[in-house]
Ligand binder design. Structure first.
Ligand SMILES: O=C(O)C1=C[C@@H](OP(=O)(O)O)[C@@H](O)[C@H](O)C1
Ligand SMILES: C=C(OP(=O)(O)O)C(=O)O
Length: 438
């Protein structure tokens, strides 16, 4: 079982000696890999995932599905080339224990899957997983007919008493704290007796591209999904019951994990190419093309991938990141090095991510001499000359990569527990020094 990495080690973030000029192959998307694993496990026939991400979050997902009986064979692809996983679905069964680590996708996507298992499925995880919102999934599953034993807080740890099937049907949830509540119910929806109709009742809904990713991938697996975009009711998604197809899917590179490398081009006035950048994608990281261009670079999408070129200047930005919240730490890091202030808005829900990201960014940038204040739903960042020091990461992979971005321009930045990047990008330190030509 993948473990939490060493919390004490400090990593001296390398300073860039000049403009970077590198091609960086970024591993597969966490969000696509974990959706693909769930859909393949629920399918009526075997499927393939090519170029899956192998990281803490995706290995936890694979281990959890295996614990419920699913076959996941790691090896080469169907044509004998490249890394691929073969997924062999089966009737799901308990008793089983699922370690969610601190993976939002595992803790939210799997309780609905567990209702389809025959037997109890126990969910537990890192300490932080007890604090991350899960009430939307728990309450909705109970309303749809599931039996769940928890301690009454609407959070982990809990046991889903799988009955081998779930009635399903219409349900209301408030997903303002996480879009993953909606994705979770939709992903298992085709396997519920009556399918599922999810109505979001909250005032705001973060991370819409991630819900689109869920819908796109369900449709590609043969599910019928009605959405608000396709002329349906606002904030209502409907999934018809039916069998899911086994797919042969190549996972796109993780565009949110491409962020620190593109940021390096921006911060050093250099150039970074990320091969295999998809021409069409639901990944929120695609928004970096526009956001980092507005902050002072330019980009070109060709057959070779995405090439991002920094101009040598970094500008502040006023931007609503509600759709692309997971990009906030990297944007905040660049903004701290800019020539004008920034306002990042629409991301109050980041307080309940891997850590309270608004508090953590404010504290860590300010301890390096910065001037960041929290607002009700984001951050004000006024750039100031920064100095070296320890950048704490709070078990948050994106805090570690944010610190590395600042370290490019500021001497003496030490990242505490850079190993936490293993959540989604295990080779980050090697990739980073490789990009810098060290
Ligand atoms: O569904 C997904 O794969 C994700 C949805 C988003 O979650 P929230 O809506 O909770 O922000 C995002 O931040 C997370 O990194 C991945
Ligand atoms: C919020 C994130 O992850 P999770 O899937 O654990 O919610 C993230 O990767 O930025």
């Amino acid at each position: 079982m993948p473990q939490n990495p060493d919390h004490t080690a400090h990593w001296p973030a390398p300073t860039a000696s000049g403009a970077v000029d590198a091609t960086v192959h970024v591993p597969g998307s966490k969000s696509v890999t974990n959706r693909a694993l769930v859909l393949a496990a629920l399918a009526s026939e075997p499927g393939w995932l090519r170029r899956p991400l192998r990281s803490r979050d995706t290995l936890l997902m694979a281990a959890a599905l295996r614990a419920m009986g699913v076959g996941i064979e790691e090896g080469v692809g169907p044509d004998g080339t490249g890394e691929a996983w073969r997924v062999l679905p089966t009737d799901l069964r308990g008793p089983a224990t699922v370690d969610v680590g601190n993976a939002g996708t595992v803790m939210r996507f799997l309780p609905p899957v567990a209702t389809l298992a025959d037997g109890p499925i126990r969910f537990d995880g890192d300490k932080r997983s007890y604090e991350r919102p899960l009430h939307g999934v728990i309450d909705a599953l109970r309303a749809l007919g599931a039996r769940i034993d928890d301690d009454g807080r609407g959070a982990l740890p809990l046991t889903v008493q799988g009955g081998g099937a779930l009635d399903g049907g219409p349900v209301e949830i408030d997903a303002s704290s996480s879009s993953q509540f909606v994705s979770a119910l939709l992903l298992s929806g085709p396997r519920f007796n009556q399918g599922v109709e999810v109505r979001h009742t909250g005032a705001t809904l973060p991370s819409l591209p991630h819900i689109r990713m869920t819908v796109d991938m369900l449709r590609a697996a043969g599910a019928q999904v009605d959405t608000p975009e396709a002329g349906g009711e606002r904030n209502v998604w409907r999934v018809t019951p039916g069998a899911l197809l086994g797919r042969d899917l190549t996972i796109e590179p993780d565009l949110s994990n491409a962020q620190p490398f593109l940021a390096a081009a921006l911060v050093t006035g250099g150039r970074v190419t990320v091969p295999d950048w998809p021409s069409r994608t639901t990944q929120p990281g695609d928004a970096l093309r526009e956001i980092f261009t507005a902050m002072g670079g330019s980009c070109e999408l060709t057959d070779r991938g995405l090439t991002f070129t920094g101009s040598g200047k970094i500008h502040g930005i006023d931007v609503d990141l509600g759709d692309v919240g997971e990009l906030t730490p990297g944007i905040a890091a660049v903004a701290a090095l800019a020539d004008s202030p920034s306002t990042l808005r629409g991301v109050a829900h980041l307080r309940l991510h891997e850590t309270d990201r608004l508090a953590a960014l404010t504290k860590e940038i300010n301890e390096l001499g910065g001037d960041v204040t929290e607002t009700a739903d984001g951050l004000h960042i006024r750039p100031r000359p920064l100095h070296g020091g320890t950048f704490h990461t709070y078990d948050d992979h994106r805090m570690a990569t944010a610190g590395a971005i600042i370290g490019l321009a500021v001497k003496g930045v030490e990242i505490e527990n850079v190993g936490t990047t293993a959540k989604t990008l295990p080779d980050f330190p090697e990739m980073w020094t490789g990009m810098l030509g060290n």
